[in-house]
Design a protein around this ligand. Structure first.
Ligand code: FPP
Length: 255
């Protein structure tokens, strides 16, 4: 069964062209949750959970790429994560540097394009520099997009979009009567990306935690009890298999 699924996935190309007909979701978003609980269960410090989270991220990128997923968006640091104790915040904000230092070459070799959504200006310089370098180096790649949500929060994103639009209206550049879904979407961090087809949240929490609230309007949601550091290929295949059995009607009916 697994071999069959793998063969099926491998036949899917990560191109925009077959986005509508493909059985593998084009854009998968993941809330990488449960690192702390994974560590607590093993009587390890929370930082060990985050380190194990990097390993899970590395293998998930590889598997997603092999399966033909077009965009993988991962929630790495939220605007609410600043509420954690400073040592943990500092540690979390070093993870992109650590990960990109060890993995950027491989990502580039595999034609992965790194992008970021979130409030870049609020991040420490070392995090910004690591992400900017990765975005620059991989800018021309045409394979899977690896999109980091860093210092990202959906409500703050919507507030920023509303402020920009309100200012444009005051300046006469936008007619308020003509603001539609596309106008709003164009003012979000995700302007260049299609909405996620599938959201995965491990760790047993059944909530969105301020992640992509606008963009997830018609996304299929999949939850699992495993903590993020234990998330593996079988879980990703299970999520995709569940996705393939969903009937997406986008508010319409099946004729
Ligand atoms: C949530 O688990 C996880 C995070 C806030 C950090 C996510 C980071 C990684 C998965 C490491 C890889 C990241 C990069 C940028 C390379 P939690 O700490 O809230 O876990 P808990 O709910 O069990 O306490």
């Amino acid at each position: 069964m697994l071999r069959f699924l793998r063969r099926l996935f491998r036949n899917e190309g990560a191109t925009h062209a077959n986005k509508e007909t493909r059985s593998v979701p084009y854009h998968v978003a993941i809330i990488m949750d449960g690192n702390g609980r994974w560590a607590a269960k093993r009587k390890l410090p929370r930082t060990a959970g985050h380190q194990a989270g990097i390993v899970a991220l590395r293998r998930t990128i590889k598997h997603a790429n092999e399966m033909g997923i077009g965009i993988l968006t991962v929630y790495a640091f939220s605007t609410e994560n600043w509420r954690r104790p400073k040592p943990e915040v500092d540690f979390l904000l070093r993870l992109p540097n650590e990960f990109l230092k060890s993995d950027l070459n491989d990502l580039h070799k595999n034609n992965v394009k790194v992008t970021m959504i979130g409030f870049m200006e609020g991040l420490p310089a070392h995090t910004r520099n690591a992400v900017s370098e990765a975005v620059g180096v991989t800018a021309k790649n045409t394979g899977m997009v690896l999109n980091f949500a860093l210092n990202y929060g959906s409500r703050a994103e919507i507030i920023a979009a509303v402020r920009t639009l309100a200012q444009k209206a005051v300046d006469g550049q936008v007619n308020p009567a003509q603001i539609d879904e596309q106008t709003i979407a164009n003012h979000l961090f995700t302007a260049a990306l299609p909405d996620p087809d599938l959201l995965i949240r491990p760790s047993g929490e059944i909530r969105l935690s301020n992640f992509l609230l606008w963009q997830l309007a018609y996304t299929e949601l999949w939850f699992t009890d495993v903590n993020w550091p234990d998330f593996n290929r079988e879980h990703l295949e299970e999520a995709i298999s569940a996705y393939r059995n969903r009937d997406r009607r986008f508010g319409g009916i099946k004729l």
